[in-house]
Design a protein around this ligand. Structure first.
Ligand code: FES
Length: 117
């Protein structure tokens, strides 16, 4: 069970995400959220759907603060959710922070429905 800390929900330890990798959690509406950990120990949260054709971003390769989609290799900014380079599109980001090695997700964002994201 996830712990509530004010407006944040503890969804686990940063060490549960492989370096330059991802894991997923479910939002209240069933939408999958991908949690990414970069080589510089930053953590980002995005809806796990590429803005191109809905590829699972969590299965992509993390380079710096971006992830390459596993289907057609679009590069998506982990900070903004925007497609980089020539590609156009954006996936919703979810407010996330790390406190003492624990990953905290915005409670409002995690309980939101897809329509409100
Ligand atoms: S579905 Fe992600 S690049 Fe095509």
């Amino acid at each position: 069970m996830n712990a509530f800390i004010g407006d944040w929900i503890d969804v686990g330890s940063i060490t549960e995400i492989p370096l330059r990798g991802a894991r997923t959690i479910k939002r209240a509406d069933g939408e999958e959220v991908a949690l990414f950990r970069t080589s510089s120990e930053k953590v980002f949260a995005l809806v796990n759907r590429c803005p191109h054709k809905h590829g699972p971003l969590s299965q992509g390769i993390v380079h710096g603060d971006a992830v390459a989609c596993p289907l057609h290799n679009w590069r998506i900014s982990l900070a903004t959710g925007e497609a980089l380079g020539e590609d156009k599109g954006c996936v919703p980001t979810i407010p996330v922070r790390v406190d003492a090695g624990r990953i905290l997700i915005s409670r409002v964002a995690l309980l939101a429905t897809a329509a409100a994201a």
